[in-house]
Design a binder for this molecule. Sequence first.
Ligand code: AHM
Ligand code: MG
Length: 321
Amino acid sequence: MARIGIDLNRFILEEERQFPQATGSLSLALMSIENATKIISSRIRKAGLSDILGKIGKVNVQGEEVQKLDQLSNNWLIEHLSDSGEFYALASEEVDDAIFPEKGKNGKYVIALDPLDGSSNIDVNVNVGTIFSIYRKYCDGVENFFQEGYKQVAAGYVVYGSSTMLMYTTKNGTHGFTLDPSVGSYLLSHPYLKMPSRGKIYSINEGYSQRWDEPLKKYIDNLKSKNYSARYIGSMVADVHRTLLKGGIFAYPGDKKNPQGKLRLLYEAAPMSLLIEQAGGRATDGVNEILSIKATSLHQRTPVFMGSKEDIDELMDYMRG
Ligand code: AHM
Ligand code: MG
């Protein structure tokens, strides 16, 4: 079934057919994400100066309120996904509280989103992305989001780079699709992605190294002594995408100023960790596997270390002293 070039919709449906008990609800949910991200992709490609630099609250020449792309992406995703009826609840980086769509009363899933990750870089034309994480609804209320990461039923991201790519997993491998803008479809380009078991690249904001703990300093020094290359875009989707394809380690650690780091567990760390693990890699907060952490609030942060299995194993040796 993993034929290079097949359309994402077909791939989703064929994947679902392997589970006779499936109702089609997850497929519809995934397709609604697919459609929303195509709109975001096309808008990013066409973005004029006013979209990029526009400040929320300003009024444009048509007399409409100007919104920045991260706010627009948030609104499109929420509208699309709420309207699909598949989601009982949505959580977004851009919104304080969970949203319970009117049409989603019988929805089987909840979804956590980072609508436009890395958006602080957009005015310098750096890659940005959309991250999503889906859990099965098991109770009433916001508690549906407070499940361990390994309970995700699907996760993925879209990177709006030199081409637009969607990577996703339903825990049957990590698969990558590239948007063909001429036909408007995501086509399978990276089936059953397997990341190298060891890489040659480390990706971390080294500007904060004075605030790091000793074990982390020693670990990074050791990588330098082994001639690892440094690459840090400052846009998680782009940095993790490279790590998935080329191996190595991506990290956003906790430090003396921010013990929990910066990245959010529900819609940044957990979905990326599922993709990494499904591609043969490993993800940890420095003590525990990220997928074993149970969220206790929607926007909680966690330290993140993810990448090639042997690189993370070695990091953990340093962390344990
Ligand atoms: P954002 O969700 O506000 O865009 O912030 C998250 C981003 C990540 O994409 C990236 O990994 C990180 O912030 C970079 O932070 P820093 O500039 O501190 O290195
Ligand atoms: Mg983000």
